[in-house]
Design a protein around this ligand. Structure first.
Ligand code: MN
Length: 417
């Protein structure tokens, strides 16, 4: 035993001496390099890379461009922020949503994006994804005679804000796609549904309160005609209001925009809600909702019929229509996504929502969003991280021709003998 211990001690001494020599060599190397200044950072340490907690803020560290003013940048999928929150019924704060979701995406990047759930990496699919910044809500100060006048713009005038968002969305939709048209590497059939027969980019929008979907649907309608909607939300958002105090604009809120979209003929009659659990005035709300063109998968339906049947019902109703996916973060339980304007207890888990999204792959998506993230109510970025992760799923979903197989289907489990 004593002999054995002696060997161990010798071993430790030898390895510590080696470690010391190594450290000294590294230090001398650094010293010499600093003295002669011949080695640049690139030569010595390589490429300057952003870490999860460093670098400028763009979604998942993607290239960032102000695409609305710069038409030299092309893309297949654009990330676009809409920092609008002046049509909410309860807590404001979703104007910080695009910023919050980008913060939540900091640990995501294009170098390590493969997941076991998908069996793919959305950044390696011959598809150009670009963060196009936010719809500009710039408020100019103009000199008028001797007075400085502040011109009321979007945060003060919702009609103007809705027009800004529609113009911004339409501007990006009209850009040519980056990749060759009809490239089958991407599940991109936009040219099949577009009235002009051309491929159009797809936009993933960061909200903003849910009202932003009205100008988005107005833009999409000009390109595609009426489309179906898959709507993840705790609330119906199809409530129609009479004008308050004679103001037509006051009818357009984050709880009524689908009703207005229906009045304007922007949607087909085969849309679908998923995750509904809000309190209603009664069955009338559902009758009204069906008139607007929706059917409901409620939060509790998931327990009763299971995820596979939830996915089957949504897919069957949407069929081959071009479809827009809108996800209100309040579809997730407020325990897992507290930072939202109108939280409702007893929601789906983030994992359940992500699994349903995977099951929707292969539908003809023309655009998508995550809305109602209000970071001021967050804890440790939990909601923003969930929202950013869901958008990562959206990218994979929009590029897939069918739902990913489970890990077990891809590579059957074998018990060890
Ligand atoms: Mn909503």
């Amino acid at each position: 035993m004593a002999m054995k211990n002696a060997f161990v001690v010798c071993g430790i001494l030898a390895s510590s001496a080696l470690a010391h020599l190594h450290e000294q060599a590294v230090l001398e190397n650094v010293h010499v390099a600093a003295q002669d200044k011949t080695q640049t950072w690139l030569e010595k340490y390589g490429k300057q890379n952003d870490l999860g907690y460093t670098g400028p803020l763009s979604f998942s560290h993607l290239d960032y461009a102000r695409c609305l003013e710069d038409d030299t940048k092309d893309f297949d999928i654009a990330i676009l922020g809409m920092p609008f929150d002046t049509a909410v019924s309860y807590r404001p704060g979703a104007r910080f949503g695009p910023y919050g979701i980008r913060v939540g995406s900091k640990r995501q990047n294009g170098q390590r994006a493969y997941t076991l759930s998908w069996g793919m990496d959305p950044y390696q699919q011959n598809t150009k994804i670009l963060d196009c910044g936010d719809v500009n809500m710039f408020i100019p100060l103009l000199r008028h005679n001797w007075m400085m006048k502040q011109i009321p713009l979007s945060a003060y005038d919702n009609a103007l804000a809705l027009d800004q968002m529609e113009v911004a969305y339409s501007t990006l939709l009209a850009r040519p796609v980056a990749k060759a048209e009809n490239d089958t590497a991407l599940q991109d059939l936009t040219h099949v549904f577009a009235k002009d027969g051309k491929a159009h980019p797809r936009i993933v929008t960061l909200g903003g309160d849910h009202t932003i979907v009205l100008p988005i649907l107005r833009s999409l309608h000009k390109v595609y005609g009426p489309i179906a909607v898959i709507h993840f939300d705790a609330h119906l958002d199809t409530w129609g209001y009479p004008p308050v105090g004679g103001s037509v604009q006051s009818r357009i809120t984050h709880g009524s925009f689908f009703y207005v979209a229906w009045e304007e003929g922007l949607m087909g009659n085969n849309s679908m809600h998923a995750g509904i659990r809000c309190k209603m005035t009664g069955e009338y709300d559902i009758t009204n909702d069906e008139q607007v063109g929706f059917k409901v998968v409620s939060t509790d339906d998931l327990d009763d019929i299971g995820i596979t049947e939830v996915i089957r019902r949504i897919r069957k109703r949407i069929g081959d229509s071009p479809v827009y996916l809108s996800l209100d973060i309040d579809v997730i339980d407020p325990g897992l996504a507290p930072a939202t304007g109108t939280p409702e207890a007893g929601g789906w888990t983030t994992r359940e929502v992500k699994r349903i999204i995977r099951g929707l792959s292969g539908l003809n998506f023309v655009g998508a969003d995550v809305v109602e993230v209000a970071p001021a109510y967050d804890h440790a970025d939990i909601t923003s991280i969930a929202a950013a992760d869901i958008i990562h799923d959206f990218l994979s979903m929009m590029m897939s021709t069918e739902p990913p197989k489970s890990r077990d289907e891809r590579k059957p489990w074998k018990d060890e003998l």
